[in-house]
Ligand binder design. Structure first.
Ligand code: NAD
Length: 242
């Protein structure tokens, strides 16, 4: 049996799938990842992207942060691809329990997924740092430069920047889903960003599938490695629950 056939078989049999993904899940929706050759980390800016999207840089240079953030990290017309759609469908069919994502783009929810644990937050939620008033993505994009609340405070995206910690409640929930999963699918992530990358170690089952375009540091731990573009691979699995 080929890798995709084996993968399909496991999805068909499973009633407790958990998916853990990263930026590679959305590249086929037109959002660049960080570490691929055409990703953000290989493009030239005044400062390295890791520096710009850090907490200290945001505090010191909010103008520069927002210029980069709005130009390079917001893709408001992006649409879900076959990977997002298959995961939403499996949840609706009662096969999938949760999607755990490092992405901040909201495309899993746009595809219809309900239980989405966003480890790194979302561009769709923004709060005034002074009075905590909520702002949508559209509202902050409509403001020139650094978005400001009516009270004068700077509005910050609800996105986990470098140097900031993860929400412990979300992390614990993610660990619990992974611990109890029968099929754990990891896709579109280089698995180098911690603590998110360490989540894989909580899995206790024997069906760990990695779907990625390039090799990852944990391929040797997987029961099945499917190399390729995740949208293309998942488009062959859309009918698994029928
Ligand atoms: P990464 O850039 O480090 O790695 C992406 C991985 O996905 C690479 O291994 C690459 O080979 C693979 N990949 C790319 N396109 C693919 C495809 N079509 N099919 C299968 N594999 C594909 O991303 P990461 O591991 O998620 O970690 C970096 C951080 O980037 C995360 O914390 C995340 O918050 C942030 N990020 C998010 C978005 C988004 O929300 N869409 C975009 C860029 C970066």
């Amino acid at each position: 049996m080929g890798e995709t056939e084996q993968f399909k078989q496991w999805v068909k049999e499973s009633g407790n799938i958990v998916f853990f993904g990263g930026a590679g899940v959305s590249t086929e929706s037109g959002i660049p990842d960080f570490r691929s050759v055409d990703g953000l980390y290989h493009q030239q800016y005044d400062y390295p992207p890791e520096t710009i999207i850090s907490h200290s840089f945001y505090k010191k240079n909010p103008e520069e942060f927002y210029r980069f953030y709005k130009e390079r990290m917001i893709f408001k017309d992006a649409k879900p691809n076959a990977a997002h759609r298959a995961l939403a469908k499996w949840e609706e069919q009662g096969k999938l329990r949760a999607v755990i994502t490092q992405n901040i783009d909201g495309l899993h929810q746009a595809a219809g997924s309900k239980e989405v644990l966003e480890l790194h937050g979302s561009v769709h939620r923004n709060y005034c740092s002074r009075c905590k008033k909520f702002y949508s993505l559209e509202e902050i994009l409509a403001m020139d430069g650094v978005p400001r609340c009516g009270c004068g405070g700077i509005i910050k995206p609800d996105v986990v920047l470098y140097e900031e910690g993860l929400d412990q409640g979300i992390l614990q929930k993610a660990i619990s889903y992974i611990r109890h999963a029968d099929l754990l699918i990891i896709g579109g992530t280089s698995l180098v960003v911690y603590p998110a990358a360490g989540l894989i170690n909580y899995y206790q089952g024997h069906k760990l599938v990695i779907v990625n375009k390039t090799v990852t540091p944990v391929d040797h731990q997987a029961d099945l490695v499917v190399s390729g573009k995740i949208g293309t691979v998942f488009s062959q699995l859309l009918d698994c629950g029928e």
